[in-house]
Design a protein around this ligand. Structure first.
Ligand code: SF4
Length: 646
């Protein structure tokens, strides 16, 4: 049979939301490539998904239900699995009420039908759920405060830019479709710079990298703001007509001396001057933030401060300008289908501090956890607290395709399909296009889609309101964009369609706050680190090219994880490259292999995330349970460590 190309989309937790063209031969997925329907992602996908067939057909993938008996997994039928899952939920409800069930959902897949997970548990009467976000919580809170919305400028609008600052984002690993745009702009002599404590190969696509001190971004924004005012590089008309509380920001700025701000930012005076000139004298100049800037306890304030620069110069409202981070991937879908009005009971605990909060919530205690689209043990700061909390429960039901760290705490395993086996729709948090996902292969083994699993449970528990095929639900979920001409029928026929989302959301200085004006930050309370001398290094756990969040193939996690440090890093000057060292934080210890990299700052240890605790590759074994002050974001980068000879 000749190979057939089938169109779908990638629903992984990523800015790009690529259209995919999958090659299928005799029913087997053999190749993944980009599709042409989306002009932003046009024909290009990352190397993680180019090799997705390895994940789909991995010998480690579990494609049948299992229960744990005396600590060992035992294969069972779907009938028994659904009986056990429904029975555990019913027992918990009867004894303690619905709040004794935890529904944990993360971002393993961000497609439209995943909204129905919330619907199931709301129709069940309402259970314990989570608030906050492991990724963008701090940033979302900040943007809601200063602009009234979590919106972005269309990335294709960068073609109108006269300057671009990419702040806390590493495009080569997380936004690959920015790379051709950066190249194109630079060919025209338009400056493109990176601000990132971490040195990465993205530098090859930029004019320069500025490497501030980790958590120094807030001070850097203040230093630039002070200079913009001193050098009269602000847009007074824009500030007067479209903003409020500028006087409050100037009071914040008066608390600091220029020289202190520069020192705390970790850059040199000349570097801060260069950035001030670039942003103050170039119009339009775009700022694109990444998740890195906000993974701190004061991350929400840092994001607000960076937005203040956009409002001071007026760049925030210009085509080719804007201050963008990410938007809501479910904004195109009818979230009223979550049926939250049907939940009689409601309790939310922090996602970022899950383990700690599960211990606090004892009335009623959580007895059953239902986990989808995530690997909380590996992903949440301070893994040990999460493990302890799960171990106290009667039943931990995991919907996944692999035996992750969370599976080690689980009692029941329900095998789910991968995205190439599912019908769904993807709306990205990084661009305004929607793409149809169609099953390019049949489900592998006995795997079922999340929707099918929830429908089986609903039937068993006699819950009405979950019935319907994937395409019927897709049509209902797309209601908000029907007026854009996007329906189940039109989208499945076209593959990808652009929504009518405004490419320049704050055009003409209109914001979504109650006053319609941008609100400047009124107070900056920089996070103060304790025991800096004992733990002198910042622990940066960034996305690499091989793994998506914690989805690194177990077979790759061999030996020790590599920790990259500057050779003059005082903590490890007696260690040789390749030697084993111990990374120690206030929360724990892990063994690493030292790798020297003189392009990194001397005050960091860099690890690529994606690994698991059970292989010794899980960095959250030593992260502290810290959360952003607003938005419930995981403050991963506020953990400090020391390096010791092992
Ligand atoms: S992970 Fe991101 S870049 Fe890679 S294929 Fe998926 S959406 Fe595209």
């Amino acid at each position: 049979m000749t190979p057939e190309i089938r169109q779908t989309a990638c629903p992984r937790d990523c800015y790009e939301g690529c259209e995919i063209h999958a090659t299928v031969e005799n029913g087997i997925l053999t190749k993944m490539g980009g599709g042409p329907g989306n002009p932003y992602t046009a024909n290009i996908i990352c190397q993680r998904v180019r090799k997705y067939d390895e994940r789909v057909y991995s010998p480690n993938r579990i494609t049948h239900p299992m229960k744990k008996v005396n600590g060992e997994w035992v294969r069972i039928s779907w009938i028994e699995a659904i009986d056990l899952a429904a029975g555990a939920m019913k027992k918990a409800i009867d004894q303690y009420g619905p709040l004794s069930i935890l529904s944990y959902q993360s971002a393993g897949s961000m497609s439209a039908l995943k909204i129905l997970h919330h619907r199931f548990f709301n129709l069940l009467g309402g259970v314990t759920t989570t608030w906050g976000s492991l990724c963008g919580g701090a940033s979302s809170a900040a943007r809601l405060k200063c602009t009234g919305a979590t919106v972005i400028q269309d990335p294709l609008d960068l073609k109108n830019s006269k300057g671009v600052i990419i702040w806390g984002r590493n495009p080569i690993n997380t936004s690959i479709h920015l790379l051709p745009i950066m190249t194109e702009l630079r060919k025209k002599g338009i400056p493109v710079v990176l601000i990132d404590p971490i040195y990465s190969d993205s530098v090859k696509f930029a004019d320069k990298i500025y490497q501030p001190r980790p958590n120094g971004d807030g001070y850097l924004a203040l230093a630039i703001a002070k200079r913009l005012i001193d050098r009269n590089l602000i847009d007074r008309k824009f500030i007067k007509n479209h903003t409020e509380d500028f006087d409050k920001l100037t009071l914040v700025l008066r608390e600091y001396e220029n020289v202190d701000l520069v020192e705390k930012s970790g850059l040199t005076e000349a570097e801060v001057d260069e950035l001030t000139d670039l942003y103050g004298k170039t119009k339009p100049c775009a700022i694109l933030m990444g998740f890195g800037v906000q993974r701190y306890v004061d991350g929400n304030e840092i994001v607000e401060l960076i937005h203040c620069l956009g409002a001071m110069t007026g760049n925030i409202s210009l085509p080719g300008g804007g201050v963008s981070h990410s938007t809501d991937e479910w904004r195109f879908f009818d979230t009223s289908l979550e049926a939250s009005d049907q939940a009689i009971h409601k309790r939310k605990i922090s996602k970022s501090l899950l383990g700690i909060d599960l211990f606090r919530e004892v009335n009623p205690p959580v007895k059953v956890a239902f986990i989808q689209l995530g690997n909380p043990v590996a992903q949440i700061p301070n893994s040990q607290s999460v493990i302890r909390a799960f171990k106290m429960m009667d039943e931990v039901i995991l919907v996944d395709s692999f035996l992750t760290d969370t599976a080690d705490c689980a009692t029941l395993f329900l095998p789910t399909t991968t995205f190439v086996e599912e019908e769904d729709v993807m709306g990205s948090y990084g661009h305004p296009y929607l793409t149809y996902m169609r099953p390019v292969i049949d489900p592998v083994g006995e795997s079922k889609t999340d929707l099918e699993i929830l429908q089986l449970l609903a039937e068993k528990l006699n819950i009405k309101g979950m019935e319907g095929s994937a395409s019927e639900w897709i049509e209902k979920l797309l209601a908000p964009v029907h007026s854009h001409g996007i329906t189940q029928k039109s989208l499945s026929a076209a593959g990808t369609l652009r929504s009518e989302e405004n490419p320049v959301p704050f055009k003409d200085g209109k914001f979504y706050t109650d006053s319609g004006k941008f609100k400047f930050l009124k107070k900056y309370d920089a996070y103060q680190y304790a025991q800096e001398s004992e733990y002198p290094l910042f622990f940066m756990t960034v996305a690499g090219s091989k793994a998506h969040n914690s989805q690194l193939e177990e077979s790759v996690q061999m030996g020790l994880p590599e920790a990259f440090v500057h050779p003059e890093n005082q903590s490890c000057c007696d260690l040789k490259d390749g030697e084993t060292a111990e990374l120690v934080s206030r929360a724990g210890k892990m063994k690493v292999c030292i790798r020297y990299d003189d392009r990194q700052r001397k005050d960091i240890v860099l690890l690529f995330r994606g690994g698991w605790l059970k292989t010794g590759w899980g960095p959250n074994a030593i992260t502290e349970p810290l959360m952003s002050r607003e938005g419930g974001g995981a403050a991963y980068y506020s953990t400090r460590v020391s390096l010791k000879r092992f």
